[in-house]
Design a protein around this ligand. Structure first.
Ligand code: HEC
Ligand code: HEC
Ligand code: HEC
Length: 115
């Protein structure tokens, strides 16, 4: 019995240790909804990218590591519409050309149709 309880806590702490936190201690969402106007929002698997791409700055030199960073940078004009998308696509296309496992390159695989 004691062993079972101990195992339970080991599992819990391993799971908790695998979670990611931002610098202000908030848990980082595994999936993030990105607004893309009439084209339909894009579900971005952040966790997968954090694991697949070693350097956070590959993306975060363009926008800060915080919630709604992209819309914030767009409001101040620091980044333009489709600039982020161009970055997503550029990486996916490049890796695809090298036959590496990567993300989608066709519109509707990222943009969810609005009904
Ligand atoms: C492939 C691009 C990419 C990589 C690599 C990446 N991020 Fe992000 N990150 C994003 C995007 C896109 C958002 C969402 C911004 C928004 O909501 O406008 C985001 C959001 C965040 C947020 C806010 C999370 C939330 O829950 O709102 C934090 C914190 C963050 N990233 C930290 C990191 C850290 C730390 C790394 C490296 C281990 C990393 N990111 C790697 C693209 C990336
Ligand atoms: C890898 C995922 C991905 C693919 C593939 C993709 N997009 Fe996007 N798109 C995004 C993201 C993320 C945004 C929001 C950020 C931005 O505007 O840069 C966006 C934004 C847009 C916007 C701007 C919407 C607005 O009003 O703010 C348009 C229009 C658009 N995409 C059209 C397209 C078309 C057309 C294609 C196919 C040729 C396409 N997208 C393929 C991810 C993608
Ligand atoms: C520097 C390269 C890079 C950038 C930038 C990048 N991705 Fe990806 N993307 C990847 C790789 C690598 C994978 C495959 C990860 C995996 O399957 O573990 C992937 C996978 C995906 C997937 C599919 C995940 C799945 O479960 O099959 C989606 C959707 C996606 N990316 C969307 C985006 C969007 C939206 C952006 C921009 C905000 C973006 N990516 C930026 C490299 C990139």
């Amino acid at each position: 019995m004691k062993k079972t309880v101990l195992c339970f806590f080991v599992v819990i702490s391993v799971l908790a240790g695998g979670m990611a936190y931002s610098s202000d201690g908030k848990a980082i969402k595994a999936m993030i909804e990105l607004k893309a106007g009439n084209k339909g929002d894009v579900t971005f698997p952040h966790e997968k990218h954090r694991k697949a791409i070693e350097d956070c700055m590959t993306c975060h030199k363009m926008y800060p590591q915080k919630t709604d960073a992209i819309s914030g940078e767009m409001k101040t004009g620091k980044i333009q519409k489709k600039q982020v998308m161009g970055h997503c696509m550029g990486c996916h296309r490049g890796m695809k050309a090298e036959n590496k496992m990567t993300g989608p390159t066709s519109c509707n695989d990222c943009h969810k149709k609005k009904s």
